[in-house]
Design a protein around this ligand. Structure first.
Ligand code: ATP
Length: 607
């Protein structure tokens, strides 16, 4: 039962549209999410079209150009719109309306205070209300600057850049869906979506269905479709850097040309990495002695046993190409977190597509190499390139933006530090504990947050990952293995070099000093890890804080939990769970840690 006449009217319109669609109506997503009334009349915007008939208002699909005015108008650019309404629909029920434009005027615009973006409050409210936080939700509230990028023609290279959480992924994926719906060649030739990590591939694969189109997804390592598969990691940054560098294309070409008989990419690469004299002969003028040394690896007993790394697989892909193997091709590709592409990786993507959208920010590359300009990457694609920039932050709460920006070099561009639309849950929580307790305390805090319905990411330095996973299994904690792309559980564990592109309600950071590692690359990784949350960030440490966060050592921010007097009065209860929930955050953490330690000790005694 609804109470507001406007809600009732919208409900009746929606009911009529559902009746007309019958069994063809979408079951897992609302049919409509917006309405625009302008000089060409009224129409709803939604997932699929419903033609206007007697008594019903037409529904146009979001990717239909007829939905354009819904996206092109905003509280600051009214056009001819009389009404721009965002509808929140749950099941088949209209539960809320937010009018960004009503009676031809902006209904509710936030003031343009310094660092407060000019966006209707209604949009912010719509962002927060009844949303699952997936990219599909953003379809309802795409902003004009995003929409313009989405509608750019497919041809050439389009770079979509912007700081963390500005909607680069949202925009690039909507663009691919838009092209698939409106460009015959793209529909026929297909779209490939490439991510740097398995974790991000899994995230993207989960959100694609809500955009209503099919694309092939691949992480960089899985582009190569030969005998070898990912088994190892280049732990030395220099090794990954050399393997990814452009000169390797020349070295591999020389390698293939130096062969007499037939060979496989796997055997060629094993030979090259295992024979210093051969490498020196082929790369003497291209790689310094130290760089050659960084490549050196004793061949494993068999191809299957070789610890193939991401960058090895990219080299194998180049070799396969040189040996005449054809990789599958697509009309368009989207590369997310493209700043992390090495030159060799860019070549592998370029071989597979005729046009490409590169989404990323050069300022926070977390790969082994760093590019100073997009031209360094776009030059691998045989096409004209152009750049578009997003500056409004949709994900990261303001206090977290403020704290994380301290990881960036002085004078970091506005691009890298976006304005933020969200307040989140206030200041980050900082806890200093004993070294042995850092992981248990962080995990129990994550568990507690997950118990309140949050999706939580726990981020540790890469070298801590395996031990932390073992600790979770030993203490019976169910935690998703983020390194393998397992993002389905309430709590996901991630190494700090794999958080790019991901998003959680809450993030628990373990030992930021280890993540920052005193290096520029480490600080970028810390920055990226901090900017993964939509609501809250908690930092757990035992050692002094790394550069940029030292102020938290001396004067830790108070926990955001209110003081005891604001809490509900304890009821007389003997229910342990209820009693436990009445504790303050800090006490609850403490009790949890004690229980977990007791459990761990008893497990160890039983071993
Ligand atoms: N117009 C929008 N309306 C509502 N939500 C949006 C909008 N644009 C982006 N978002 C949301 O903001 C969050 C961040 O978006 P997205 O992941 O695309 O940003 P990004 O720039 O790729 O971030 P990063 O590079 O840090 O991973 C997501 O939850 C996304 O759904």
């Amino acid at each position: 039962m609804t109470t507001h006449p406007a809600l009732d009217a919208e409900q009746q319109n929606l009911d009529r549209a559902y009746t007309l669609l019958g069994d063809d109506a979408p079951v897992d997503q609302p049919l409509v999410f917006g309405r625009i009334d302008d000089h060409s009349g009224s129409r709803y915007v939604g997932r699929q079209p419903v033609a206007a008939g007697s008594g019903n208002v037409a529904v146009v699909a979001w990717h239909d150009p007829a939905a354009g005015p819904f996206y092109e108008t905003s509280a600051t650019d009214l056009g001819t719109a009389q009404l721009k309404r965002i509808l929140t629909v749950s099941g088949r029920q209209v539960i809320a309306l937010h009018d960004e434009i009503a009676d031809g005027s902006a209904f509710d615009v936030t003031s343009s205070q310094a660092n407060r973006p000019m966006v209707g409050k209604v949009v912010v409210a719509a962002l927060e209300q009844f949303r699952t936080g997936t990219i599909g939700d953003a379809t309802a509230t795409l902003r004009p600057e995003q929409y313009r990028i989405i509608r750019e023609p497919a041809a050439g290279v389009l770079v979509v850049q912007g700081g963390p959480g500005t909607g680069k992924t949202v925009t690039a994926l909507h663009r691919a869906a838009w092209l698939a719906a409106n460009d015959e060649e793209v529909r026929a030739g297909g779209v490939l979506v490439v991510t740097p990590t398995v974790a991000l591939r899994s995230y993207v694969a989960n959100v694609l269905p809500c955009l209503g189109f099919d694309a092939v997804t691949a992480d960089v390592a899985s582009l190569y479709d030969g005998d070898a598969s990912l088994r190892g990691r280049d732990t030395a940054t220099e090794t990954a850097r050399v393997k990814g560098s452009a000169v390797m294309a020349v070295v591999l070409r020389r390698l293939v040309e130096s062969q007499d008989g037939p060979s496989t990419p796997e055997n060629l690469l094993r030979t090259l990495l295992g024979r210093p004299a051969l490498l020196d002969r082929l790369a003497d003028d291209l790689l310094k002695a130290g760089q050659q040394e960084a490549l050196r690896r004793e061949p494993a007993p068999s191809v299957a046993a070789e610890p193939w790394t991401v960058d090895d697989l990219v080299l194998l892909d180049e070799l396969a190409h040189l040996l005449g193997r054809q990789a599958p091709t697509y009309r368009h590709a989207v590369v997310d977190e493209a700043q992390n592409l090495s030159p060799m990786q860019a070549r592998a993507v370029a071989r597979r597509c005729r046009s490409v959208t590169l989404a990323g920010d050069l300022g926070f590359s977390t790969g082994p190499g760093k590019h100073d300009s997009w031209a360094e990457l776009t030059s691998y694609f045989a096409a004209e390139s152009r750049e578009a920039t997003l500056t409004l932050g949709y994900r990261v709460p303001r206090p977290v933006v403020e704290l994380s920006r301290r990881q960036l070099p002085d004078g970091a561009s506005a691009l890298t530090v976006p304005g933020s639309l969200r307040d989140g849950l206030g200041n980050p929580l900082v806890r200093r504990v004993d070294p042995d307790d850092v992981v248990p305390v962080a995990l129990s805090a994550a568990d507690a947050a997950a118990g309140t319905g949050f999706k939580v990411g726990v981020v540790v330095a890469a070298h801590r990952y395996d031990a932390t996973m073992r600790y979770c299994s030993a203490s019976g904690l169910k935690v998703g293995d983020g390194r393998d792309g397992d993002l389905g559980l309430p709590v996901t564990l991630l190494p700090a070099d794999m958080t790019n592109g991901l998003e959680f309600d809450a993030v628990a950071l373990v030992a930021p000093d280890e993540i920052a590692d005193g290096t520029e690359l480490g600080r970028r990784r810390l920055y990226v890890a901090m900017t993964r949350c939509t609501q809250s960030l908690a930092i757990f440490h035992s050692e002094p804080m790394p550069a940029g966060l030292e102020h938290l050592d001396r004067k830790p921010s108070p926990a955001r939990e209110p003081e005891v007097e604001h809490r509900p009065k304890p009821a007389a209860t003997d229910d342990l769970f209820e009693l436990f929930n009445l504790l303050r955050d800090d006490d609850r953490m403490l009790v949890e840690v004690m229980i977990r330690r007791l459990l761990r000790d008893s497990l160890e005694r039983n071993d």
